[in-house]
Design a protein around this ligand. Structure first.
Ligand code: VG1
Ligand code: CO
Length: 543
């Protein structure tokens, strides 16, 4: 029986951020909260009647009950079919693939990505459209509008679906297909990469450590790296997804992935190290004694992609988010291919990928991907690196050093100031915005400003404009600072300060990045008044 639940207490507007709606888990557990968002999503896309969706998540606390709710609501809204990952698990890139492969009308992915999980931590839900990518702003805006005016939602009163068994079930008249989360994704990877070559690399004694951080990539990495490619058992660690990710943040950064970084910097380091985040769309890549910044990783992958079968004919172009370093632009210029600068968030790459204008995309926040899906893809990046290393038979350090010799090095670091009171953070940004037009020509801490502006993006495909996407300050001497507030946090505001300094070919490329960036950091701190506004002198996280 379908029941129509009347919303007597409208929930404060649910505005999806950079990557869907993220809130404290207990907020999502309030009666009608998740339901409002799901109904708003169905309404925003013209109803669910006769449609087909993919549903899955990263396994965090509330994943399975949320899936049961979504299934019952999809059934009540007349959906024809929902494809669900077994035990409710689907990595974000695997969900994107299933949406595309089955030509569905979209999908709901349950994750708060790299944010911690548990009843007192974070939960999230995002809607992906039929191209497999995160809903573009037009869609998230109408979801938001719907959440403001929704007066009821529909849900079927039915027993729970058995998420543990693959095969076809039904809920009301709606078909539910429970599928193995890894199988189709692995088949896709086999079309892109030379598995025999990578297998031969492991047979030759090449060693790897992949840290799944107790999150969703565990089953994927175990099946692909160990079972299919022959990396010795034990190469993939923290491989079982846990509801609280073992108490940590499933965030591949120097704070939360310290264990693998320490290992890679030690005498017992394997040849290659990698980690992924909660929902499997981010990657961290390390070589013995070396950390590869995501911006450099994108550039190296762009320069070498042709070594993998899926990209043998070359790539059409590279897109990077605005705060990502200019390293990939240098590769694109040399290859004579397109390069684009987009706002932060994967949704902005969708149109460029759909139109065939770019093949690879990346963000400084450890996201890299290609036109094989419409999300960033952590394990894909690891496999492309392995395919390149299997062809070149060089170390990660060797490949990187060679890259810097050809293109120069973009020293790069992001400094995050977390849980800043929202008022203080907004005040800092509005003060900065108000003086932007006067900054050019001024000098701070010995650095001259060439230009300063707020980034606004004109989508070359659909002509839409996204404003206020972060402040860019260019200094003389090829240095740059970017400032923006995070759209994915759940406590106060996070101020992100992105610092960059170019060292051309022939320069010393082996300095400590924080030393190299000190000048631009000092100048930026003065310009924006970090200490005055936030009371902080040092960031919480430096990546
Ligand atoms: C962060 C990153 C951004 C990324 C987003 C979602 O956003 O900076 O590059 O696209 O997270 O990634 P923000 O607004 O907090 O800076 V994920 O792995 O959370 O889907
Ligand atoms: Co993620």
């Amino acid at each position: 029986m379908t029941i129509e639940v009347v919303n007597t207490t409208p929930i404060e507007g649910q505005k999806p951020g950079t990557s869907g709606l993220r809130k404290k888990t207990r907020v999502f557990m309030q009666p009608t909260y998740l339901e409002n968002f799901v109904q708003a999503t169905f309404n925003a896309i013209g109803g669910a009647k006769g449609k087909c969706f993919v549903v899955g998540g990263d396994g965090r606390f509330l994943n399975r009950p949320a899936i049961q709710t979504i299934l019952k609501m999809a059934a009540a809204n007349g959906a024809a079919k929902v494809i669900v990952g077994q035990n409710g698990l689907l990595s974000t890139p695997a969900a994107s693939h299933l949406i595309r492969q089955n030509q569905t009308d979209g999908g709901l992915i349950l994750s708060a990505s790299h944010n911690p999980g548990g009843i007192d931590q974070d939960f999230g839900v995002k809607f992906n459209t039929a191209n497999g990518g995160p809903a573009p702003e037009g869609v998230t805006d109408s979801i938001y509008l719907q959440t403001q005016s929704l007066d009821h939602y529909s849900i079927l009163q039915a027993p729970d679906v058995d998420l543990g068994t693959t095969g076809t079930q039904a809920i009301g008249t709606m078909q539910v297909d429970i599928v193995d989360p890894v199988t189709d994704y692995q088949a896709l990877m086999e079309t892109l990469f030379d598995f025999d070559k990578i297998r031969a690399l492991f047979i030759s004694g090449f060693t790897i450590r992949f840290d799944a951080m107790h999150a969703v990539t565990g089953p994927y990495a175990t099946a692909i790296l160990q079972d299919a490619l022959g990396a010795p058992s034990g190469s993939v660690v923290n491989a079982i997804p846990l509801e609280d990710f073992g108490g940590g943040h499933p965030d591949p950064n120097p704070v939360w992935a310290k264990e693998i970084i320490d290992l890679m910097m030690s005498d017992t380091a394997p040849d290659f190290g990698a980690a992924s985040d909660g929902d499997g769309d981010r990657n961290m890549v390390l070589g013995r004694g070396i950390y590869v910044t995501p911006s450099d990783s994108l550039a190296v992958l762009a320069a070498n992609a042709h070594l993998a079968p899926g990209y043998r004919d070359g790539i059409a172009g590279v897109a990077r988010s605005m705060p990502t370093s200019l390293a990939s632009d240098r590769v694109a210029a040399k290859l004579g291919i397109n390069s684009y600068e987009t706002p932060t968030g994967w949704k902005f790459f969708g149109n460029l990928l759909d139109a065939g204008m770019v093949t690879l995309c990346g963000e400084e926040s450890a996201g890299t991907g290609s036109n094989h899906v419409r999300e960033k893809d952590g394990l894909w990046a690891v496999l492309l690196w392995l395919n390149i290393l299997a062809e070149r038979r060089e170390s990660v350090t060797g490949v990187l050093t060679d890259h810097w010799q050809i293109y120069g090095r973009d020293y790069y670091s992001r400094h995050d100031y977390e849980a800043v009171p929202s008022d203080a953070a907004n005040q800092l940004m509005s003060e900065l915005r108000s003086k932007l037009s006067d900054l050019a020509g001024q000098s701070f801490a010995g650095l001259n400003i060439v230009s300063a502006d707020e980034f606004s993006y004109l989508d070359p495909v659909d002509g839409s404009v996204s404003e206020n996407q972060g402040v860019r300050i260019n200094f003389t001497g090829d240095a740059r600072a970017v400032l923006r507030l995070s759209g994915t946090g759940t406590e106060g505001a996070t101020l992100r300060v992105y610092l960059e300094q170019f060292a051309p070919c022939g320069a010393n490329h082996f300095k400590d990045p924080q030393d190299v960036l000190e000048k631009v950091r000092n100048a930026t701190s003065i310009i924006i008044g970090i200490e005055r506004h936030t009371g902080r002198t040092n960031p919480d996280v430096m990546t």
